[in-house]
Each structure stands twice: as structure tokens, then as C-alpha cells.
Write a protein that binds this ligand. Sequence first.
Ligand SMILES: CC(C)(COP(=O)(O)OP(=O)(O)OC[C@H]1O[C@@H](n2cnc3c(N)ncnc32)[C@H](O)[C@@H]1OP(=O)(O)O)[C@@H](O)C(=O)NCCC(=O)NCCS
Length: 325
Amino acid sequence: MSPRDSSKAVEILPFSDDWMEGYLDLAENDDSRDPLYHKNFSREDTKRQILWQASRGATRAHVVAVQDGKVVGSGRGLLISTCAGDESRIATLNLMVAREHRRKGVGSLLLDSLCTDLRRQGLKGIQLGMLEEWTPWIRFLEKHGFKSYNRTADAVLKPAKQTSVELPEIDAIIRPVRLPEERGVITGFMNSEREEELPWACAIIPEFWTTGPGSEITDPKGFLVAEDKKTGEVIGVAWGSTFTDESGTHGMIEELDVAKGLLKTPLRRRLMLQILDWLWSKGVKDVQTRVHIGFKHEEDLYREIGFEFLRPAALWRKSITAGGG
Ligand SMILES: CC(C)(COP(=O)(O)OP(=O)(O)OC[C@H]1O[C@@H](n2cnc3c(N)ncnc32)[C@H](O)[C@@H]1OP(=O)(O)O)[C@@H](O)C(=O)NCCC(=O)NCCS
């Protein structure tokens, strides 16, 4: 039997609880995890995420590839709320194929099945972020008609770059966030600032502060708010967090943004330096973040502060509407 023929024995089936353990085995051995955000996902984290996304209605399609009763692949299409609102109707693709079953057509079968299902639901496209160096993936995406869009890179700041630079003078008050009373206004600020130039970016959802990523904010000094001195309006935010892996505890800049009209002022630099101070005070061994290339001069600021850029990546997207390429 040629490798191609063996894919005939693979069945594509809707995901159900019966396949959960097999799915988790597959995810545990996944070598294509997001190296910044999902690198340390435990089996339990993965299960929690799957159940949470399904319960929120974000999981629009989920199929598994099964051979001899074993899960050898999985494809999910998630409709995450984006800053462009519901009109964008672009699903995020999450695809895994067990190592020994690759290059036998399994990934293509899963993708075709997902696209058919998502198209029936009226969705317009499918997308995922991919590192440039993962060439098998890039070949796969190109073969299936995906095109690359917005580029990103992961930026790392080493402690050697920690300098006692003077904080630039600014015309704003920087203070710790006040929770829960500021949830609404800060969510609104973050979404409106992302909307214009990053329409595909995930919007901050109301659950953010209670069950989502923001729920870990226990020290308000790690979430700074810049307030206009005269009007009291929120004009900037900076959010830092920490994560631990086998090499130690690292800092992460989760969010750093100022109102569009203030991009050319020192406010963003000031917020960055203050959140870095807070992160170094936690004893982190470095600070990491994902930077958008060609967006709001973000790249220039991070380079200026001394961040090194690694892991270039891009967003890959394809239309799934009838006749769409
Ligand atoms: C990308 C992936 C999901 C594709 O699933 P798959 O079942 O292997 O894909 P298919 O067999 O349906 O391949 C379809 C097409 O994609 C392209 N492709 C897939 N894997 C490829 C590879 N390793 N090299 C070059 N092209 C590849 C080919 O064009 C292939 O068609 P062909 O076999 O007729 O030439 C799967 O291979 C995978 O998970 N790879 C991860 C590898 C990786 O980069 N990991 C990163 C950390 S090391």
C-alpha cells in the first residue's frame, strides 16, 4: 500500500466526548504549539480551553481523523469575536496531525471537511498564525490557497538591557487600574484602539476580567492606566504578567497601547518603562511579547528599548465562500 492509500482507512468524524482522551493525547504531543502563548499548556489547560470555547459557542466545527479507533488528527474552526465584529466571519483554524500520520492526506481531509461545514454556516474565511520557519506548514497552507497577511515577531528583552533610563515627562497620570469599576471603560478603550488597524485582532470580551486571560490580574500595579490630567479620560494602558517554564520565570507584556492621537508623544514609551520596572521587580529573567510589524510604529519602540526580535510569523487566510480562492 502506498502512503497515499493508507489515508483511505482514516475516517473523518464529528468530535464528541468519546474522542476527548484521544484528542488530549494528540494535543500533548503537538509540536506546532504557539511558542509564546501556548507552549506550556498542560493536558488540563487544553481540556479546560476546549470545553470553554465549546460552551461559549466559539467552536463552530470540530472533526477528528480516526484510524483503528485512535485519534490521529483533529481540526477545529473557532469563531472568536474580532474587533471587526461579526461581519468578518473568519474562523480561526486549529489543525493537528499525529507525526507518524503526516503527509498522507489527513490534514487535507480535515481541512476540507471543516471548510464545508463552516461554509454551510455562512462563514467567509479561515485563518491562522504561522511561524515563517515552519516550512511544512507553509507548504501546506500555500497548497490549500491560503495567502499571508499581517506579520508579527516575538520580541525578547534581556536583563542586560535593563538601564536606569529617565522616565520621559508626560502630560498624564499613570496609576494602577481600578477593578472592578473600570472594566467597561478599559475594555472599550482597548477594543477601539485595536479596531482600526488590526481588524482581525481578537476583541476583549466581557468574560475577559472574570474567566478569560485578564482574570489573573491580582496586582493592579501590573496593569497601568494612563489618564488625561484634565478630562480624566483613559488614554493608555500597559499590562504585564509573568509565566514560568523549564528555564525560569519570564515577564510578558500583554498589552501596551495609547490613544491613536498620542502615538507620537512619549506616553507609550513611559508606560512601557513603568511596566518593565514592575516586571523586573518580580525577578523575571527576561521580558517577552509579540510585536506587530508595520503597525503603529510598535517595532521601532521595542527596538529602541533594546528588545531583540525572533520568530517572524504571519497570519495566513483563505476565503471559503463558493468561488472564493
Ligand atoms: C502541516 C500539517 C498539519 C499537514 O498535515 P498533513 O496530513 O501532513 O498534510 P497532507 O498530507 O494533507 O499534505 C497536503 C500538502 O501539504 C504540503 N505538505 C504537507 N507537509 C509537508 C512537508 N513536510 N513538506 C513539504 N510539503 C508539505 C504538500 O504540498 C502536501 O501535498 P503532497 O503530499 O501531495 O505534496 C502536518 O504535516 C503537521 O502538523 N506538520 C507539522 C510540522 C511542523 O512544522 N512542526 C513545527 C515544529 S517542528
